[in-house]
Write a protein that binds this ligand. Structure first.
Ligand code: URA
Length: 193
């Protein structure tokens, strides 16, 4: 089914077509209970073709391990699939151009919980302004492509590298999200999903 979710060709954003090396699709089980949604690929992701493989990915992997989960237990994707120049935030137009691909992925995976990693994905998924640090770990319900979805707001992993004060809200939000799918992050149970 992954091939149906993946985007193999896209020329909707002229700038991103020029800045990307490749389209970076989501990774992980196509029936994952947890779907992590980041902003857009960075340099390492653009090189490797996989979301969150740079330093932010190390932070995310480590937080998952602390919850008894491996990266391969969850699905990880981005709001925008192509690297913006200089790692700038994706524009509203770029987010809109890529929205259908994200909705198709959410629809196909049908996760129990979406985890929005940072301000851009939180606001993109929830359709309102979000104070990420204040709201980290909160669970919101929102309609995405016709279906009500649970979204946990989470600090972006990179923020924990620049601001140690963000580590606790980040860790707590990951814990809250994992708690929603298995009541505690027991890896042996999640393996059944
Ligand atoms: N930051 C993101 O938001 N997404 C990635 O894939 C990597 C870093």
């Amino acid at each position: 089914m992954t091939s149906e979710i993946d985007v193999t060709e896209c020329t909707r954003c002229e700038t991103l077509c020029g800045s990307r090396s490749r389209i970076v699709n989501g990774v992980g089980p196509d029936d994952a209970e947890l779907l992590f949604v980041g902003e857009a690929p960075g340099r390492k992701e653009d090189e490797g073709g996989e979301p969150f493989v740079g330093r932010s990915g190390d932070v995310l992997d480590s937080a998952l391990r602390d919850q008894g989960l491996a990266r391969s237990d969850v699905r990880i994707t981005n709001c925008v699939r192509c690297r913006p120049p200089e790692n700038r935030d994706p524009t509203a137009e770029e987010l809109a151009n890529c929205r259908g691909y994200l909705e198709r992925e959410i629809d196909a995976v049908d996760p129990t919980v979406l985890v929005a990693l940072g301000k851009v994905p939180s606001e993109h998924l929830l359709g309102r302004s979000v104070g990420v640090t204040a709201e980290a770990g909160s669970v919101d319900e929102t309609r995405i492509a016709g279906t009500v979805r649970r979204v946990v707001v989470c600090v972006h992993p990179a923020a924990t590298l620049y601001d140690p004060g963000q580590r606790e809200p980040f860790t707590e939000a990951i814990g809250a999200a994992v708690g929603l799918v298995d009541g505690g992050g027991d890896q042996s149970r999640l393996g059944e999903f």
